[in-house]
Ligand binder design. Sequence first.
Ligand code: ADP
Ligand code: MG
Length: 562
Amino acid sequence: MTQEIGEFAALGLHPNVLAAISAVGYEEPSPIQAQSIPVILAGHDMIGQAQTGTGKTAAFALPILSRIDPAKREPQALILAPTRELALQVATAFETYAKQMPGLSVVAVYGGAPMGPQLKALRQGAQVIVATPGRLCDHLRRDDKLLATVQQLVLDEADEMLKLGFMDDLEVIFEALPESRQSVLFSATLPPSIRSIAERHLRNPQHVKIAAKTQTVARIEQAHLMVHADQKTGAVLRLLEVEEFDALIAFVRTKQATLDLASALEAKGYKAAALNGDIAQNQRERVIESLKDGRLDIVVATDVAARGIDVPRITHVFNVDMPYDPESYVHRIGRTGRAGRDGRALLLVTPRERRMLQVIERVTGQKVAEVRLPNAQQVLDARIKKLTSAIAPLVVEAEANYGSLLDRLIADIGCSPRALAAALLQKATNGQALNLADVEREQPLVPGFQAREPRERRERDGGERGGERGEYRERRAPMPLAEGRVRCRTALGTRDGIAAKNLLGAILNEGGIAREAIGRIQIRETFSLIELPEEGLDRLLGKLKDTRVAGKQLKLRRYRED
Ligand code: ADP
Ligand code: MG
């Protein structure tokens, strides 16, 4: 086991926790994990600073679980998260990492759900409480001894919590915790308000900061594409159709993901293989040799397994999962552009990873331009181009070799030369879609990000332009509203630094409604739309009257569609 989970084993975590990480498929700790875990295990207070997507949850969950006594059925750790969504994510992560710890239970405490079941779970002795501050205060008002046994406290995304106005609730919670507890605070930024909390409530905290150093990446053309996590495989397959690559390396985070993506690629006929820490060293070397000599064109790898790969044929690096930090991004994309050649690097970015993208841009000092998924017309053009370049070199010799056979087939079948050529094409292309309607049909619409295009442009391009018609038409059609929901609008958008999670967090916490009651959220540059229940809308908007998101007035209004 030690070998499988590499450096994790050296950090001093409990064997049951190590076993769970190994099952999840993490190969090595991310930088924030490597630095925080020993500090937290040693019982120190800590301030951790790192961007989204760097693995902060495991950075505190693993050492905390290692220090909990599952035999004691009382709250031992409290994690505060800014929103219900994040609280649920953290609670799920704890459950995953505690899979091998019998008797350990986790309770999530958040607004918009009845208090009864949460209270019951608390009374039954859950050792880990993951809570949003507002709802936890409601519980404390009924039972001020609730947190009396808590030995470890984590404030996750502390800056977001303050932005959402939880300062006063936090003070109430600090009051209810034993003085002797350990306190850990994670935040992407450390504004004065956070420093002041740390000064008042943490004892000699150690600072762990994953700093972003400047690095340069010459000769590598970089681009990014916005996708939702579950659309990544589809996006990769579509991108591969139009990218002209020689050899390509795709980076993912887990062993399982290397296997899944490699087999999806093989199923589409690519010469692809997985490379991860479970694969024996000599087999890994064989994979790299095959990539060098062209028996393989795509390798799907984790960061650890790809270390040191130097294959000049690599023209493309796909960052399918976000790297933990800008340094590993620079390492990854450095697999291409070898020996002074040009390379191309593509980064898939999910909504919550936008900030990491900005950090990467800052650190590399280069803009990572946004690209869109190729549309059906572009895919078709690429297929025809490939077919043409496969056939063109053959025509001269082929005619000499097969010319008389053709004459005979035409006579035997009694068809025209054109009909015969078409039949041969069909056989040669294995039924691959080679006209627009068929390509459109096989390209499922990837919802969400494509809809971010400005309205005028969509209208202009919709309708007439043959190629983009299918996609654009589908994009343009307004999403039907679920029954009983209405759209509301705010003048805040990406320009104001808003992401869907901020909006959602604010509405869940301050509006006190359930996540299920909220429909689609669309964030545009200068405004955002969100689907809310029609019933009780005025009351809800009343509650949100003074809500601020990212420091600005939300001013949510019902949106009348024409
Ligand atoms: P943050 O809180 O810093 O935004 P998360 O803790 O949510 O980041 O982690 C982001 C993603 O990275 C999650 O999907 C998580 O499962 C994954 N992850 C975390 N640590 C590791 C690791 N050591 N190896 C592989 N994947 C990891
Ligand atoms: Mg997090």
